[in-house]
Design a protein around this ligand. Structure first.
Ligand SMILES: NC(=O)c1ccc[n+]([C@@H]2O[C@H](COP(=O)([O-])OP(=O)(O)OC[C@H]3O[C@@H](n4cnc5c(N)ncnc54)[C@H](O)[C@@H]3O)[C@@H](O)[C@H]2O)c1
Length: 185
C-alpha cells in the first residue's frame, strides 16, 4: 500500500478524459490515496466519485501551478490531509497556438512557459522539500514527444517540454542518493 498524490490532476471541464484522471483511477485501483489537484472552478466531482467508487480515499486540492503561493499551499494541504507525500505526478499542461517565433506574442510565450515549465519548477521545489524531510519519494513529470522533437509552430510548448526533460534528468542525478526517484513521460 502506498499513497499517491497527483499534482496536478488532469481533469478539465471535460471531466471524463485526461491523462491525470486516468492515472488517478489506476492508482486508486492499486490502493493509493489520491489527491486530485487542479485549477479551482473546474468540475471535479465526477472524477472524485469515480475514484471513491473504487474504494480509494480521495481529496480535491485547488492549485494553479503558475502561482508559487498556490503551489505551496496545495502541497502543504496535501501533507496535512495525508500525513506524507509519496508520489507526485506533475502533469498540468496547456497547448500552444501555432505561430512562428518571429510573430509570437510575448504573453503567449510567457503563459505556456509559466504553466508547462515554471509551474513544474514550483511543484518540484516544494515536493522535494517534503521528500527530503520524510526520507524519499517518487516524481513523475509529464513531458511530451514535443520534449524530444520539434514541431514547426509549437515553439513555447517545445521549449517547455524539452525543459521538463532537462529538469528531470538533473533531479534524477542530484537526489538519487536521497531515496528520491525522478522520471519523465
Ligand atoms: N494528450 C496528449 O496527447 C498529450 C501528449 C503529450 C503530452 N501531453 C501532456 O500531458 C499532460 C496532460 O494532458 P491531457 O491531454 O490530459 O490534457 P488535459 O487538458 O485533459 O489536462 C490538463 C490538465 O491540466 C490542468 N491545468 C491547466 N493549467 C493549469 C494550471 N495553471 N494549474 C493547474 N492545473 C492546470 C487542466 O485543468 C487539466 O486538468 C499535459 O502536460 C500535456 O502537455 C499530452
Amino acid at each position: 500500500m502506498y499513497d499517491l498524490k497527483i499534482l496536478a490532476e488532469s481533469l478539465f471541464n471535460e471531466a471524463n478524459s485526461g491523462i491525470g484522471k486516468a492515472t488517478g483511477l489506476e492508482a486508486a485501483r492499486e490502493g493509493a490515496t489520491v489527491v486530485v489537484a487542479d485549477l479551482p472552478g473546474n468540475d471535479h466531482e465526477q472524477t472524485l466519485n469515480e475514484i471513491r467508487a473504487l474504494g480509494a480515499k480521495c481529496f480535491f486540492v485547488p492549485i494553479d501551478v503558475s502561482d508559487v503561493n498556490s503551489v505551496k499551499k496545495a502541497i502543504n494541504l496535501t501533507v496535512e490531509k495525508c500525513g506524507r507525500l509519496d508520489i507526485a505526478f506533475n502533469n498540468a499542461g496547456i497547448g500552444s497556438p501555432y505561430s512562428g517565433i518571429h510573430d509570437m506574442p510575448e504573453d503567449v510565450w510567457d503563459k505556456i512557459i509559466s504553466v508547462n515549465l515554471t509551474g513544474q519548477f514550483y511543484c518540484l521545489k516544494y515536493e522535494l522539500q517534503q521528500f527530503l524531510k520524510q526520507g524519499g519519494g517518487v516524481i513523475v513529470n509529464m513531458s511530451s514527444l514535443g520534449g524530444l522533437k520539434a514541431e514547426p509552430g509549437l515553439v513555447p510548448y517545445t521549449a517547455a517540454k524539452h525543459g521538463v526533460l532537462g529538469t528531470t534528468k538533473n533531479i534524477a542525478i542530484q537526489y538519487a542518493t536521497q531515496n528520491i526517484r525522478a522520471n519523465a513521460l
